[in-house]
Design a protein around this ligand. Structure first.
Ligand code: DC
Length: 218
């Protein structure tokens, strides 16, 4: 069984998808973390994103492991724990550019399908219901008011060392939404058969229950 959850940044996808997977006791796949891991590696290796030969070599040597540890989705790249590094502002600023590259998308889709075909999964991202798993058993598209999304990001940041103002966060989200929605390859889109959930006024529990109830009743 594949449950696809797509939506823009900070729409509540990640936490919801992780909890839905936990409740159903199936795998959780955060595809954004895969694009972030690649971006981290390209930045670390000082690879220019236009240098497709080098990007392709790095892609070919990429081993990403993901697993849950006490409620945190641990991301390992070639055995190095990069869970925190992939959330840095530098990775966040560059990830949309990296994920717009066709060779990157082609290779990530292959890896994501391999994982999805091996076990039942909740797969979260931007193009899951449209491109990666167009025949997913269930598809959801999560949205939320930009101010709500910025507030959520601000709360997350207050727990870390990063300092940004509310207005800066709104601008960051708008720029990333624009790049993810208007890119040529696999843009962020709601699949025609996806159930849209506006999370602006919902708690995490309510978001999770909406999805679980829909799955149970269909
Ligand atoms: O979900 P996230 O914010 O961690 O995703 C980071 C970036 O990765 C996002 O801005 C666009 C890209 N992405 C993508 O292009 N396709 C996906 N399926 C998931 C993420």
């Amino acid at each position: 069984m594949i449950i696809a959850i797509d939506g823009p940044a900070a729409s509540g996808k990640s936490t919801t998808a992780r909890l839905v997977a936990k409740k159903l006791n199936i795998t959780y796949l955060d595809t954004g973390a895969m694009y972030r891991a690649l971006t981290f590696q390209l930045l670390k290796s000082n690879v220019d994103f236009d240098n497709l030969d080098k990007v392709s070599t790095i892609l070919g040597n990429l081993t990403i492991d993901m697993y849950d540890h006490k409620g945190t989705n641990i991301i390992k790249l070639n055995n190095e724990d990069i869970t925190e590094q992939i959330r840095s502002s530098n990775v966040t600023k560059n990830v949309s550019e990296v994920s717009a590259l066709l060779i990157v998308r082609k290779s990530m889709v292959v890896m994501q399908r391999e994982i999805g075909y091996k076990s039942d999964c909740v797969v979260e991202g931007r193009d899951i219901g449209t491109i990666v798993f167009p025949n997913a058993d269930f598809k959801f598209f999560m949205t939320a008011d930009i101010k709500m999304r910025a507030n959520r990001r601000l709360n997350e940041m207050n727990q870390s060392a990063t300092v940004k103002t509310f207005d800066e966060i709104v601008l960051d989200l708008e720029i990333r939404d624009d790049k993810d929605t208007n890119r040529e390859n696999s843009p962020l889109r709601k699949a025609v058969d996806a159930v849209e959930i506006d999370t602006s006024e919902l708690t995490i529990d309510e978001q999770v229950n909406k999805i679980i109830n829909h799955i149970k009743n269909n």
